[in-house]
Design a protein around this ligand. Structure first.
Ligand SMILES: *Cc1c(COP(=O)(O)O)cnc(C)c1O
Length: 219
């Protein structure tokens, strides 16, 4: 399965984040041995435990909602935080990354789904953040793109519309704030059920879990 997905992604020059949440280190190790190096987790305790146990050349992606008081546990090692959804959490990431003498790459998460359960910024909130003096003074973070989750539905047209929404947000921010910043280039969208649509709509990074690891058991 991994091989087939990687071939599809290569055709679109899209990167794979293998979402390993709920799966034990031994399972991740098998996918690692097949060559995969980017793994995604959505819980702070779980990502730190696995980071300690697994090879040091794994690039760990944090993809879940991040509470301010837990930022300090992941800044020492995290490769990319996909889920920055407030100025407050970004400020804390910058502070903790500074303490760790690192610069941490981040994506701004946007609310693109009709469902109102998903975390994320609006375009207006992102503009306010990016225009602020507080943001301009941050030296230990770098915003490298955007992330979003589509509604969980069979309605292909709706999912496409939501992905287009994120692509438009990316293009807008690129033009307004990052025109000269080559590092602002990532659009993290697409999961097991919708990654093909996401690739067609311009995703640069997909986050795929169950298709690679099988169904999750939350017990
Ligand atoms: C769990 C999760 C995924 C992967 O979901 P699958 O449907 O298993 O591919 C992707 N993104 C986020 C934010 C997740 O929490």
């Amino acid at each position: 399965m991994l091989e087939k997905i990687l071939q599809e992604l290569a055709a679109h020059q899209t990167q794979l984040v293998a979402v390993s949440k709920t799966h034990p280190a031994s399972t991740i190790r098998r996918i690692y041995d097949a060559g995969q190096r980017d793994f995604g987790e959505n819980k702070v305790q779980e990502i730190t435990d696995k980071q300690e146990e697994l090879p040091a050349d794994i690039r760990w992606h944090f993809i879940g909602h991040l509470q301010t008081n837990k930022v300090k546990y992941i800044t020492p090692f995290v490769h990319l935080i996909h889920s920055v959804d407030s100025a407050k959490v970004l400020k804390e990431i910058n502070k903790r990354a500074g303490n760790d003498e690192r610069r941490v790459d981040c994506l701004l998460q946007f609310k693109i789904a009709e469902e109102d359960t998903k975390y994320g910024l609006t375009l207006a909130e992102a503009r306010e953040l990016l225009q602020s003096d507080r943001y301009r003074a941050m030296e230990n973070i770098r915003i490298v793109g955007v992330m979003g989750m589509a509604t969980f539905t069979d309605d292909e047209q709706q999912v496409r519309t939501e992905f287009r929404r994120l692509k438009t947000i990316f293009d807008t921010l690129k033009q307004e704030f990052f025109a000269d910043a080559d590092h602002f280039k990532e659009i993290s969208m697409g999961m097991s059920g919708d990654y093909q649509l996401a690739m067609e709509e311009g995703s640069t990074m997909v986050r795929i879990g169950s298709l690679i690891f099988g169904e999750r058991d939350y017990q």
